[in-house]
Design a binder for this molecule. Structure first.
Ligand code: ZN
Length: 453
């Protein structure tokens, strides 16, 4: 079925007026109170320090190349319009260490948002060669478990003003302490994992994904559990994990972008619906009376060879308007709490829509989707009735609306579930759209825990 989409035309006009302001998104790292994702404008400028990541392995130029190559790899996703610019090296020598990094790290974020060109706006990239900055930030010995992290400084999302969802400042810190040959220190456990150069590239690609506004992705939890059980990912499943998976897995080819990574990037910076089909719907309890937020909905190509690779996910309610800007509880939702949109079905291909829960371990710095802790009230299911073959003609592709996905949730775990008519939520509608000049600093540590402890 092909719908004539005046909505799409509206979307395009909207898109052009507001540059890369997306109307829908997959897995953003952060949304504002109205559910709009934070993302950069058309240009990203980063400012590397003058030092190096690891003597003898990544000198200064190679260290900067790691950053540039990672940002370029994301920017080169088809349909993405993002100009990556290497700005000036950080001032005052710019070789950071534990004694001076606070000149750059978290420094003067308002300079980026005050529209005053005389206040310099820097997005610092810090190479913490010996891990001493990480140790200063997170405590003794932390440099042997935290490999690096990144994020952005944004204007607090409770203003509801969409112009404030455009990012202008990010920052990242990478530690050389656990890059081979690893460092050690008396009294500290050795590195959880010692990184080879390819793994360093994966780490940087993942972190710069966060820098650009991408959140974590799960998509194929069973493949991960298989890798976990085997101690490494076997050849059959090495391509199943997305780069934005919350853990760096031995044997996984996370250095090449998974289809889910590509679509997530397109949702923030392009138009994933161009030339593809789309499914919109709601995730519901077994009796269909309650909507469920925080359930992962996956489209899987029904070809055996592509079931895990041409697979992409969204999470119900991830774009919903919220009661508070930053609350991570599943009930922090005002309306459309079970809604999902899956964009990117390829013409001529058949997909099955599946539901699954986010692994309960993916909490804290490993969180996936809008809710933390993740909703555990559904079991994995791929109902045969939810099979869709994408067809396009004359430039228009199928769009399915109001698709109802019934889960096996019996209403027994409703601490996390949301009823759209609940009086408590109606009371939560008295929102203040007061503009606050505060910053929410967002960061995610990419910890080196290869397996669950
Ligand atoms: Zn991460």
């Amino acid at each position: 079925m092909v719908f004539r989409q005046y909505f799409q035309c509206l979307f395009l006009v909207f898109f052009m007026l507001l540059a890369s302001f997306p109307a829908l998104a997959g897995s953003p790292l952060k949304t504002n109170i109205n559910g709009l994702p934070f993302h950069w404008g058309s240009t990203v400028v980063f400012h590397p320090e003058s030092g190096e990541l690891k003597a003898g392995v990544f000198d200064h130029d190679q260290s900067v190349s790691l950053i540039r190559d990672a940002l370029d790899q994301w920017a080169q996703v088809p349909g993405v319009n993002l100009n990556i610019v290497e700005g000036e090296t950080l001032a005052d020598g710019g070789d950071t260490h534990a004694g001076n990094y606070t000149q750059f790290y978290k420094a003067n974020p308002w300079h980026c948002y005050d529209n005053d060109p005389s206040t310099p706006c820097n997005s610092p990239i810090i190479f913490d060669e010996d891990g001493s900055i990480i140790e200063d930030l997170f405590g003794s010995c932390s440099q042997y478990s935290i490999l690096g992290f990144s994020g952005f400084s944004d204007v607090a999302g409770d203003s509801g003003d969409p112009t404030w969802t455009q990012l202008k400042r990010g920052q990242a810190i990478f530690s050389g302490a656990c890059i081979a040959p690893a460092q050690s220190k008396p009294g500290c456990q050795p590195c959880n994992v010692v990184l080879e150069p390819e793994e360093v590239k994966t780490l940087v690609l993942h972190e710069m994904g966060h820098f650009l506004g991408l959140g974590h992705a799960q998509v194929n939890p069973d493949s991960y559990l298989n890798c976990h059980a085997q101690g490494t990912c076997t050849e059959e499943i090495e391509e199943h994990l997305p780069t934005m998976f919350p853990l760096l897995m031995k044997g996984a080819k996370m250095l090449s972008l998974h289809r889910d990574d590509i679509l997530s990037m397109q949702r923030l910076y392009g138009n994933p619906d161009a030339g593809t089909c789309q499914i919109k719907g709601k995730v519901l309890s077994a009796d269909g009376t309650k909507v469920l937020r925080g359930v992962e909905v996956v489209a899987r190509n029904t070809e055996d060879s592509q079931f895990f690779t041409d697979a992409f996910a969204t999470i119900s309610g991830e774009m919903s308007p919220k009661v508070t800007a930053t609350g991570k509880e599943t009930t922090n939702c005002l309306e459309n709490c079970g809604d999902f949109t899956l964009s990117g079905l390829k013409p001529g291909e058949t997909y099955q829509v599946c539901v699954q829960r986010i692994l309960e371990n993916f909490t804290g710095t490993k969180f996936v989707g809008p809710a933390d802790p993740p909703f555990q009230g559904v079991d994995q299911d791929c109902p045969e009735s939810l099979t869709f073959t994408c067809q396009c003609s004359g430039g228009e592709c199928d769009q399915w609306q109001d698709v109802k996905v019934l889960t096996n949730n019996q209403g027994v775990d409703f601490a996390y579930a949301v009823s759209p008519e609940s009086p408590a939520l109606a009371a939560g509608c008295s929102l203040s759209h007061r503009f606050t000049r505060s910053f929410a600093w967002y960061r995610l540590a990419f910890v080196s825990r290869i397996f669950f402890t």
